[in-house]
Ligand binder design. Sequence first.
Ligand SMILES: [Mg+2]
Length: 374
Amino acid sequence: MVKISQVRIRPLVLPLKLPYHWSYGIRESFAVNLIEIEADNGMVGIGECTVAPDQAGTAAILRRLTSHLVGQSPYDVAPLIARIFHQDYLGHGANIMRAANQMFSGVDMAMWDLQGKLAGLPVHRLLGGAHRQAVGYFYFLQGETTEELARDAAAGRARGERVFYLKVGRGEKLDLEITAAVRREIGDARLRLDANEGWSVHDAINMCRKLDKFEIEFIEQPTVSWSIPAMAHVRQAVGIPIVADQAAFTLYDVYEICRQRAADMICIGPREIGGIQPMLKAAAVAEAAGLKICIHSSFTTGITTCAEHHIALAIPNLDDGNQIMWQLVQKDIVASPDLDPKQGWIEALQGAGLGFELDADLVGDGERRFAEAA
Ligand SMILES: [Mg+2]
């Protein structure tokens, strides 16, 4: 039986095409920790995870967590991760499931990539098979000013995009101005807003009243993520559908949101819930509550896009405007396949594992940039 022989953690810094504007400020680059899990037959599974709050610090944590994998079977991903969480987090009194999930997400991803490569099958076939032949994605509007955002909206409309997504929570005047400008440019296409916890309950209710005339499909995470009742309060008071994002990080959050009927859909991704297999559990809880899952994405390369794509194929209750983020990076480290949605759709990936090939030179550039900044 194949065993894991070594694990490499490689911190990367990847500059963006444009500065990224949202309610938390401005970003110029995405940072990821690349995880390579090598089997004793030479096959390598690849994943990546987020680096908050510190890239070198999270790389050190990943090295410690993944040291327990050496000599183990890549097919034991779920019990291995459960055991490591128990020993290295709970055993030290560190009941910080959200932070742990962010680390395990990339480990789980690499383990499934390795399993798929060993089996010669795409990951979605190992998860029970595809419910659909293609996955639908949003068009993420980029820009700082009303003019820049309107120009991007017109470009998206010309590309035949179906679902537009705009960051708000940047102040009432600007929020109303950019929403009006985008609605003018996109005609009757679908428009989703994300306030990223930027509003109080009172602000959110008032903003929803003012935004209603722009035919908003939903507003994502209007209020602070720690309070599921705050989101439920807004949802009961307004007509615009509400979607939970930052409030939904663990399986227990998903259950509580469903139980309190606090959202009309749940936006969650492998980076929050802890990987590919935990996403199936989150989707199952939401399915039982009659809710769809919109795959969440944040600051990723095409590696996470591929993982999210296989999840999206494998869960029954999926939205058709899922999030995708690699396109914001100047040069994505995924060399193939083509991950650019066509009119918002990507066909089912059929390569073994997660189904991507990396550009080794771009990975090297990302490592150099991290080393220079450190
Ligand atoms: Mg969001």
